[in-house]
Structures are given as C-alpha cells and as structure tokens.
Design a protein around this ligand. Structure first.
Ligand code: TZP
Ligand code: MG
Length: 228
C-alpha cells in the first residue's frame, strides 16, 4: 500500500441498501459524492459475497484514485488487499489491530470504531491512524449500535486523545447531516483537540444530489457556526 496524507474532513461511509441508494448504482453515487468534495471513502458492505465485494471495491478504488483520496474497506482485510485499497476500518469485534497492521503494513490507514474513552485510548496505543467515534446520534442507517454518546461523549474521547503522545485523528459518526454538522463540530470540541472530520452515510448516499450534499456539508465544516 502506498503512503498517503489524509484529509479526514468529509468522510463518506457507503451503504449498499437499496432504500438509501434510491435504486441508483453505488459506484455512480460515490463518484458524484467525490466530485462534491468527499475527502476519504469507506466501502462498507456487510452482506455481499466476496467476489462481488472485490468487484465493487475495485470500481470504487478507480474513482478514489482519480481524485487522489484514500479508499478504506470496512472489516475485510482480504478485500482491501485484493484491490490495493489504502486502508481498513475495524470494529471492536473485528480482527485485532496488531494483526491487521502486520498484514497491511506500516503505510496502511487503519481506523477503529470507538464509543468510549477506554476504547479510544486502546486504539491509539495500538497504533490506529484514526478513530471513528460514535454513535453520535441514533440513526436508522445502523440500528444495532450499542451506544449513543452524543456530542458530550465525543468531547470526552477527544479530551482523552489530546492528552496522549500517540497522534491519532478522529471523526464522529451517526446521524450527522446538513442541519447539525456545524453544531456537532462546535459542541464536540475539547480544549486541545477538535474533530478532524465528520463521517456520514445517509446525508450523502441518500441525498437526491450527492454532489450538492457533499459540497454543502464540506462548506459547513469549513466555516464558523452561525450560532457561535
Ligand atoms: N457507525 C456508527 S453509526 C453508523 C455507523 C456505520 C451509521 C451512520 O449513518 P448515518 O446515515 O450517517 O447516520
Ligand atoms: Mg466491523
């Protein structure tokens, strides 16, 4: 895997559900989103057959490479390796971080889902490149989330990470959309560490115009909140 500097500011996580895609092709939706300014893409598909996952991942990678942004594969190290993706995203019950690092190498971007200070500290100490903090707000995109932690929970995690020597980036996920993104960034901010980005599924994947949605979300992440 080649080393890549990473901009986490607008992190798109995909979902292959027809209802979110509105009958559209995932690769086309991602292409549109990337055009609108998504800075990193995670291919997340919990149900597809391996051959199909590799096929889609390869198509997505062709898109992300064109824009020089990283493709991260959720759960599946084999799929990431098969297409030469830039990294993987691991949940708390997935393969051990050290094993993943050994398999993927030092240049790989490895992210870990965390919902508490303990999990975040462990991920940082274990050499994760970034943590996905959540679930921020309850969301119908992922109903099996074990904990909804709100901006107060995200802030706690950021505070703990800021006190560590390990450099780890952080994004928040769960229910982020155009109407709350500025508030999320503002309210999550700990004294010495702010979020490096926000991760969204439906706010872009289910948007009628994914390019426009990405453009607007990105604009809002870069401008001071109106209410501050
Ligand atoms: N992990 C925690 S919440 C979530 C994942 C993958 C889904 C977020 O979806 P949405 O549509 O951005 O709320
Ligand atoms: Mg997982």
């Amino acid at each position: 895997m080649r080393k890549m500097s990473v901009d986490y500011s607008l992190y798109l996580v995909t979902d292959s559900a027809e209802t979110l895609l509105r009958g559209r092709d995932l690769v086309e939706v991602v292409k549109a989103a990337v055009k609108g300014g998504v800075t990193i893409v995670q291919f997340r598909d919990k149900t597809g057959e391996t051959g199909e996952l590799v096929r889609v991942a390869k198509a997505l990678h062709a898109v992300t490479k064109q824009y020089n942004i990283p493709l991260i594969v959720n759960d599946r190290i084999d799929v990431a390796l098969a297409v030469g993706a830039e990294g993987v995203h691991l949940g708390q019950d997935d393969i051990d971080l050290q094993i993943a690092r050994k398999l993927l190498g030092d240049n790989a971007i490895i992210g870990v889902s965390v919902s508490s200070v303990d999990e975040a500290v462990r991920a940082a100490k274990g050499g994760a490149n970034y943590v996905g903090i959540g679930t921020l707000f309850a969301t119908s995109t992922k109903v099996d989330t074990k904990s909804v932690i709100g901006t107060a929970g995200v802030k706690k995690v950021l505070g703990a990470l800021s006190a560590m020597d390990e450099k780890v980036s952080a994004v928040a996920i769960g229910g982020v959309n155009l109407s709350n993104v500025q508030r999320v960034i503002y309210q999550s901010k700990a004294s010495f560490k702010a979020l490096d980005g926000i991760a969204v599924v439906s706010a872009i994947i289910a948007a009628p115009d994914p390019t426009k949605a990405a453009k607007e979300l990105k604009g809002l992440t870069r401008q001071p909140p109106a209410f501050a």
